[in-house]
Design a protein around this ligand. Structure first.
Ligand SMILES: Cc1cc2nc3c(=O)[nH]c(=O)nc-3n(C[C@H](O)[C@H](O)[C@H](O)COP(=O)(O)O)c2cc1C
Length: 166
């Protein structure tokens, strides 16, 4: 069964609620899902464990609140440390999501920064022609519409992952 790994940071819970809905959508498609929240200043052991999940997953979904128009440093640390598994993520499905305070507060740049790193890893990213094109973005606490968009992302990543890995 294909495996999806959702990893995110959330300080006040907004990005966390999005992650839960993404997991719900992915599970509806009958894939295995592991969801992990990065804590502040993750230690070496935590990063090692997360990198193992990156290696074992077929689809990887990364979420971060928007901090100064980009991802939070703890997510960037995971991405920088993922150099250790460089080459092993090639061909896996990737996606990203964020929560920001403002509509034009840098949410798309945050998502794209994460996606850029995924592309450097050789991952496959599917856009969405119907709704949040780069990935779901909440304005503070995700509303019903946003949570539906998150479920949709989970379903679509799971569907593509199933197509590629079963
Ligand atoms: C250090 C810091 C930087 C932030 N930078 C931005 C920003 O550039 N643009 C924006 O719209 N919101 C910004 N915010 C607001 C958060 O993105 C927003 O509150 C988000 O919903 C928090 O997500 P969380 O509840 O998952 O922690 C910032 C918040 C903090 C604490």
């Amino acid at each position: 069964m294909p495996k999806i790994f959702i990893v995110y940071y959330s300080n006040t819970g907004n990005t966390g609620k999005m992650a839960e809905s993404i997991e719900k959508g992915a599970r509806e498609e009958g894939v295995d899902v592991i969801r992990k929240q990065i804590k502040k200043n993750p230690d070496k052991e935590t990063i090692n464990e997360l990198i193992k999940h990156l290696e074992e997953a077929d689809g990887i979904i990364i979420g971060s609140p928007t901090y100064y128009g980009s991802m939070v440093s703890y997510i960037k640390k995971l991405i920088d440390d993922s150099f250790r598994c460089h080459g092993e993520l090639v061909g896996k499905v990737g996606a990203a999501f964020t929560s920001s305070a403002f509509i034009a507060g840098g949410n798309e740049t945050t998502i794209l920064d994460i996606i850029h790193a995924m592309l450097v890893h050789g991952m496959i990213i599917q856009g969405d022609s119907d709704t949040d094109h780069y990935g779901p973005a909440a304005i503070d606490e995700p509303n019903e519409h946003c949570l539906k968009t998150c479920e949709r992302l989970g379903r679509r990543v799971a569907q593509l992952t199933r197509k590629l890995f079963t």
